[in-house]
Design a protein around this ligand. Structure first.
Ligand code: BGC
Length: 885
């Protein structure tokens, strides 16, 4: 047997710098061409600042274990700003030892807040409480004349920053320092700037804009939510060849000015006057005599934390598809894809000429540019040319949700080559692919991915275009499982859940949006606040990450206790405000809230979250709590049944969502479940095979149907093409998931102006069903993170083939099936150090042969098999398999 240790990761990252995790975890993948590979032992070696590992700082020794993800570093305490090189080797089931892996590293940031020597600085001239919109420019020069061995810059801001050294932008990260609950947790970023320093005079300069910190945020027209002053904090450590060190920090010696960015706002866009550019302002020879002195302000440095998630970047570039002249005479660029980011343009014209770019998602019925659904968000760029040749521009601190761009004032002819659409989002690794024989389903999958890209900009948002763009908890948790197939979301959601915990109210309530920026909110909603429990649980299931459960445990408990304290009856949640089955189609006229009783929804989620908490308590060995929450769960179930089912076990609420929740969360007596599933199927059939569900029921409806034997009906729902259905929007030209089933109605008119996003991932939660049911890729809860994989595809008549893959922490899982004129071809990949249970349903033929014609029971890697009532169950070790049934 031959195998290699590859893809080393520390805290999910390859060679991260600036970590502040005191006990980081290491993961690796094993690659092998052999089947049935299982790790039986591993060894990790770590060295300090020593790429060759000639002197080992920590050696785990040979540890007998099949664990290859999240191995805790157990060596001596780590030191700030130090690089740790590490390598791994493993023994697998043939007892041979692998070669050592390549050497990887992680580098620590600051482990002690007292290491922050810099001060927060802002512009002295900058009035405190006004809405002055100009971005600040801050700069400083510094000198040295020794040879640099390495240099690191640590930076953060109150507001958003972009930083330059000697005329070059540092890194390609956008929207730094990211969005967190700023007054409790504020990220800093670490940059390797060794190559950017000059030997002698150097200049550093930063731009700061309002961003989420101080700009207009949330639909309640708020500003200055986190504070009134923009500020910068940075610290540059330069280590010279001779071992000495210089530290350049933000202090009273910096200078400040304003420049061309006259306004930059997340929602509203940017006003940029190129005539005010300060050319060379981040170079050392720039003359800054007209710049003002800065003011040092008092702001906590205790809230600083290292960057926790993957940065936001420009991830792809699109060329606009066409230029349209609308019936009302507007000139509009069509990108061909609803997206999030901005337009980079090149322009040539006279000094002082003003051009305007406004961004929108859709054209109206007549084909005119439509901005009604943006509400107060202006999404507009006003650019004033400096003249004298070609100039280029793209915005600094604002982003736009758009497919169409209306352009006014453009000098001269349009050339599509002058425009590039830049797609930005958190740089989460793409981990999933799903394609099948139906092009509309493939478009649906694409739309889900595009809505994920557009709404994963540092925090999971409801929408990316109108004056909202907030971390709505309900939307986030229903989409999490789907999202975690498409991309690796472990760090993205870990950061967000830590903000959830930080923003949790003293009574355990969970704000509707995280980070918490809505005013006057003293109540929490069921199904939204449950993100506190379902969120960490989902990460545990997808990544086998137990630390997130430990970290969030108190937050989960506080949420359950919050619910328990609502109303008179501790086993029901039948009081207070709830969003209900938001946007359900069975809602009354003029209401957003579906017909399913809110008490039922609230109690259903209460039961489910309590059940999960009991599981978590058991996993973490909090045995007293485990018992307590198991008992609480039983009591809630009793009360749920008393309150919401009839004496024969049917549900009192005749809505699809009520049935879906009761079945999804196992709230009914086992013997009543088939009957209720049948009732759900009837409700759907009576409705001409269409759904009526909203945000709460939709994510689960197909799972419930598939699980209870109605896979054919689930397929029919998903393949439905007329309103309301997923594919309806595709027939209407959607390239992202809509907030409303009827965002654009049959007659081409819009649902309404006030809440009609065309880029809302919530209904995209059906993607999870495509992966888990149609392709059939799932993990076993008892061995989460795909340590033990379940593969159980469902073959229905609508599809003739499916190809799906998922890049797990162990390696690539692949599930492909294809109907042949006689029989079926199945192709699977099970990564080393995992096993899989493969269930092929509805197969009566017992003859399975491998591609090379050997009968399956002789197949290498097959651990066990069973034919039972038309189902074939195979237990497989790792490897690639291709067989014909
Ligand atoms: C958001 C939703 C959110 C909802 C709360 C809306 O404005 O866009 O997606 O969950 O409010 O009901």
């Amino acid at each position: 047997m031959d195998y290699k240790v590859e893809s080393l990761r520390c805290e999910y990252r390859k060679n991260p710098i600036g970590l502040d995790v005191k006990r980081p975890r290491i993961s690796w993948k094993i690659s092998s061409n052999y089947r049935g590979v299982v790790q039986v032992a591993y060894q990790i070696q770590v060295a300090v600042n020593d790429r060759n590992l000639s002197s080992v700082f920590w050696d785990s020794g040979k540890v007998e274990s099949d664990q290859s993800v999240h191995i805790l570093y157990k060596g001596p305490d780590l030191s700030s700003r130090t690089r740790y090189y590490y390598r791994v080797r493993v023994w697998c089931n043939d007892s041979k030892v692998s070669e050592w892996s390549d050497v990887n590293f992680w580098e620590m940031g600051f482990l002690d807040k007292s290491e922050w020597l810099g001060s927060w600085i802002t512009g002295e001239f900058f009035p405190k409480s006004t809405n002055i919109d100009s971005c600040l420019m801050l700069r400083k020069t510094f000198t040295f004349n020794k040879k640099v061995r390495k240099a690191r810059l640590y930076a953060s801001a109150l507001g958003l920053y972009e930083i330059h050294l000697n005329g070059q932008r540092i890194g390609d990260w956008l929207f730094t320092p990211g969005w967190t609950s700023y007054n409790k947790r504020l990220q800093y970023q670490t940059y390797d700037v060794t190559e950017l320093l000059n030997n002698e005079v150097n200049a550093i300069g930063a731009h700061i804009g309002n961003g989420w910190y101080k700009g207009n945020l949330a639909f309640q027209d708020q500003r200055n939510i986190y504070g009134q002053e923009l500020a910068l904090l940075c610290q540059l450590h330069i280590i010279f060849e001779d071992g000495t060190e210089d530290i350049v920090v933000t202090d009273e010696h910096w200078k400040v000015a304003t420049g061309p960015v006259l306004m930059s706002e997340i929602y509203h866009g940017e006003t940029y006057d190129a005539r005010l550019e300060r050319e060379g302002w981040t170079q050392s020879d720039y003359l800054d005599t007209d710049w003002a002195g800065v003011k040092v302000i008092d702001h906590s440095k205790d809230v600083l934390i290292a960057q926790e998630n993957m940065p936001t970047r420009v991830i792809e570039e699109l060329k606009p598809a066409s230029i349209i002249r609308t019936p009302s005479g507007e000139t509009v660029l069509d990108i061909g894809q609803n997206m999030v980011g901005w337009i980079h343009f090149k322009v040539n014209g006279v000094r002082g000429k003003k051009i305007t770019l406004q961004h929108a998602e859709v054209l109206d019925k007549e084909g005119n540019f439509y901005v009604g659904n943006l509400r107060a968000a202006k999404q507009t760029i006003n650019y004033v040319l400096k003249g004298g040749g070609e100039e280029e521009y793209e915005p600094y601190f604002s982003f736009y949700g758009f497919r169409y761009v209306k352009i006014e004032g453009w000098p001269g002819e349009f050339d599509l080559n002058d425009f590039t659409a830049k797609v930005i989002h958190s740089d989460n690794q793409i981990t999933g692919t799903f394609v099948c024989s139906d092009h509309m389903i493939n478009q649906l999958q694409q739309n889900i991915v595009w809505s994920q890209k557009g709404n994963f900009l540092d925090v999971p948002t409801d929408c990316p275009q109108r004056d909202e763009r907030l971390g709505w908890t309900g939307d986030a948790h229903v989409f999490m499982r789907t999202a975690s197939f498409n991309m690796n979301t472990a760090l993205f959601f870990t950061k967000w859940l830590r903000d959830l915990k930080a923003d949790q109210l003293p009574n355990g309530g969970v704000p509707h949006v995280i980070p918490h920026v809505l005013r006057d909110e003293d109540h929490s909603s069921s199904a939204w606040g449950d993100a506190a429990v379902i969120g960490p649980w989902t990460l545990y299931v997808c990544y086998g990450d137990k630390r997130i459960l430990e970290e969030q445990y108190e937050s989960m408990k506080d949420w359950i206790e919050y619910i328990r304290n609502q109303g008179e009856n501790e086993y029901l949640w039948n009081t207070g405000f709830h969003f209900g089955d938001w946007l359900g189609l069975d809602a009354k006229e003029d209401s957003y809230e579906g017909a399913t009783p809110k008490d039922l929804i609230a109690t259903a989620f209460y039961a489910y979250s309590t059940h999960l908490l009991g599981e978590v308590a058991r996993l973490l060995n909090y045995n007293g709590d485990a018992e307590k929450y198991v008992l609480l769960h039983h009591n809630i179930l009793d009360h749920f049944r008393n309150e919401f089912t009839t004496s024969n076990g049917s549900l009192i609420a005749n809505t699809q969502t009520a049935h879906v929740l009761a079945l999804m969360f196992d709230l009914l007596q086992i013997e009543d479940r088939p009957k209720v599933a049948d009732a759900l199927a009837n409700l759907i059939i009576e409705n001409n095979i269409h759904l009526t569900t909203g945000f709460v029921g939709t994510p689960y409806i197909c799972h419930v149907l598939s699980r209870f034997g109605y896979s054919d009906l689930a397929y029919k729902l998903v393949f439905q093409k007329d309103y309301p259905s997923w594919l309806y929007s595709i027939n209407k030209g959607a390239t992202t998931i809509w907030e409303h089933w009827d965002g654009i109605k049959e007659d081409g008119s819009f649902w309404s102006d006030d809440m009609n996003s065309f880029n809302h991932y919530a209904y995209g939660a059906v993607g999870d069903w495509l992966y888990r049911s149609v392709a059939g890729i799932d993990t076993t809860i008892s061995q989460p993170g795909y340590k033990h994989i379940n593969i159980s595809p469902s073959f229905e008549k609508e599809l003739s083939w499916v190809k799906a893959s998922y890049e797990s922490m162990y390696g690539t899982i692949r599930s492909e099936w294809k109907k042949l004129s006689k029989g079926m071809e199945i192709s699977l990949a099970i990564p080393p150090n995992t096993k899989a249970t493969v269930i092929l349903k509805g197969i009566s033929n017992r003859e399975i042969i491998e591609r090379d014609d050997s009968v399956i029971i002789d197949m290498e890697g097959l651990l066990d098999w069973n034919f039972d009532e038309g189902n074939i169950t195979l237990q497989l070790g790792s490897g690639e398999y291709n067989f014909i049934i």
